[in-house]
Design a protein around this ligand. Structure first.
Ligand SMILES: C[S@@+](CC[C@H](N)C(=O)[O-])C[C@H]1O[C@@H](n2cnc3c(N)ncnc32)[C@H](O)[C@@H]1O
Length: 215
């Protein structure tokens, strides 16, 4: 989607994707990422998600990327962190203690900005990208994280039921982006619930992507 689409959603507070607490699919499947305190997790297109707070509470270093600066400021405020703000190329970098969030276009983020990454948590990021951008998103994500393992939350529904986002990204489509690089395991497969269930019916799926070269 165009940046203006998302900025308008934020301006008009049309952010049904934002949840009031950490996503249960993260908390229930987190252990499969095999992270320890001190490891670094990257959260692309992070919004102002409470998943960031939850990951920090696990003792992780958390790196986010988000277009909307107000959302990022809100995260630092609620965590009572006073960020140092620096300009890194086209991006603004907000950083305090173990949290860093890059404000701007995800596609401008470079591996050296975030390296090394131990894992990626993708909720409402791949599925926020339209078909025309999704392969580039997946490629860029793998490039800047050196193909780190991922916990990926995706939807599988009949796209004719509604226009995205979130878009339907079924198993066979995910395969085209990731199966050359990762072994892919289905962690959970449940009926779409919540506000989205009023717009479509289908499945919400959690995938664990492990690099094929991993031991
Ligand atoms: C569906 S929301 C999901 C937010 C968050 N992951 C969550 O679970 O609440 C997608 C987010 O991606 C951001 N976004 C969209 N395109 C982006 C881009 N090219 N670079 C950085 N952020 C982007 C939007 O501003 C929006 O906050």
């Amino acid at each position: 989607m165009e940046h203006a689409f998302w900025q308008e959603r934020w301006r008009e507070n049309r952010i049904a994707f934002h949840e009031a607490e950490p996503n249960p699919l993260l908390t229930e499947n987190y252990d499969r990422l095999k992270l320890s305190a001190g490891d670094k997790v990257f959260v692309p297109l992070c919004g102002k998600s409470f998943d960031l707070d939850w990951l920090l509470a696990k003792g992780l270093t958390v790196i986010g990327a988000e277009l909307n600066e107000g959302a990022v400021q809100e995260v630092f405020e609620r965590l009572q962190l006073a960020p140092e703000v620096t300009q890194i190329g086209a991006l603004k970098r907000y950083s305090a203690e173990e949290l860093t969030v890059f404000v701007g276009d995800f596609f401008q983020l470079q591996a050296d900005d975030i390296r090394p990454v131990d894992a990626v948590y993708d909720r409402a990021a791949l599925v926020a990208m339209p078909d025309s951008m999704r392969a580039d998103y997946a490629q860029h994500l793998m490039a800047i994280t050196d193909k780190a393992r991922q916990l990926l939350v995706a939807f599988d529904y009949d796209q004719s039921q509604m226009s995205g986002p979130p878009f339907s990204v079924p198993s066979k489509t995910i395969a085209t982006y990731y199966d050359e690089t990762f072994t892919r395991e289905l962690m959970s497969d449940t009926a779409i619930s919540g506000a989205l269930a009023e717009r479509c019916s289908g499945q919400e799926q959690v995938w664990l992507l492990t690099p094929q070269s991993a031991p």
